[in-house]
Design a protein around this ligand. Sequence first.
Ligand code: DC
Length: 228
Amino acid sequence: MPENIITIDGPAGSGKSTIAKILARELNLKYIDTGAMYRAVTLLALQNEVDCEDEDSLLELARNTDLELDSKSVDTDKYTTVRLNGKNVTDEIRGREVGSAVSIVSKLYGIRKYLVDLQKKFIKDGNAILEGRDTGSVVCPDAALKIYLTANLNERVRRRVLQVKDREQFSKRDLIKNEIISRDRIDSNRKNSPLIIPENAIVIDTSEMSIREVADRIKKLYLKKKKC
Ligand code: DC
């Protein structure tokens, strides 16, 4: 039921998660954080000492692991709850090690195909909002509304600094800036499903907008599409 699906893609720090969770709550949609799934597979690789570029071993490991995503976790102060074989790994997948390796894992064709199939299963009944890098271009190209969120680099770094500070993981602005630049480069230039503006997507630059303004703008666009 693509008419009840919204996709939000964009680079790190563009506001995708915050906005998607607000909209999921206010429009009563399932929230699918696809980045959390790539992070979970990356954690699997690290935990099992599988080389992040060893596609076959990693795919086998992923296929033999139960990956659960709580599509109802829409608290904007918390990350979506993720479980691997029943174990809660929500915090672990946000760690520094996973953050640095996730772009390598998400380049792998087999892993992408496996996770995209899972994402399609999660949304088969419609009524969902997905966020990531390829949700409007690959996972659900015929979604009712496709949004591409962006913001200038300084603003995206500022948001990430605020986000990680209280988690005391790494608070150095330069480190965060370099990580964002590196992830942007890898995500946008990879061969398989690079971060692009999906066809027919509406681009919203959130640099100068409040969270409420962005959420209201998307809500209006969605309700208008539903009426058509
Ligand atoms: O949104 P995030 O920062 O949690 O995503 C982590 C990484 O996962 C991101 O750098 C690229 C990858 N990713 C992807 O390749 N495709 C998606 N649909 C979502 C995330």
